[in-house]
Design a protein around this ligand. Structure first.
Ligand SMILES: [Zn+2]
Length: 112
């Protein structure tokens, strides 16, 4: 049987006891509304998990590298193009900066 880890309490639960809530978190990352969302898994039979899932922010606990991956995975190519266009920056500069941010995050992670 499929089971999932609840993001709130950390328990491993069977598929029918876990719900998924999709939260729009574009704003926190300076992106246009609807361009980035986070899926939160929670126990659908635990009032505490249900309540906390409404504003759970698990991406803040993730590394910068994972956060960057999520943005790329959850946005379409057109949306990414638009974000780059609206920023008015040279795409090459954005890539360079993104690479540096990832390298920094990995370096920091290794030090731990
Ligand atoms: Zn739970």
């Amino acid at each position: 049987m499929i089971s999932w880890i609840c993001h709130i309490c950390g328990d491993k639960r069977p598929d029918d006891k876990i719900n998924v809530r999709s939260l729009d978190t574009s704003k926190e990352f300076g992106l246009k509304d609807g361009t980035m969302s986070q899926n939160v898994r929670y126990c659908n039979d635990n009032p505490d998990c249900i309540e906390k899932s409404k504003n759970y922010q698990h991406i803040k606990k993730k590394s910068l590298y994972e956060a960057a991956q999520d943005v790329v995975l959850e946005s379409s190519e057109e949306e990414i193009d638009e974000i780059i266009r609206e920023s008015g920056e040279d795409p090459k500069e954005i890539v360079k900066r993104g690479r540096k941010a990832i390298e920094d995050a990995l370096r920091k992670a290794k030090k731990k």
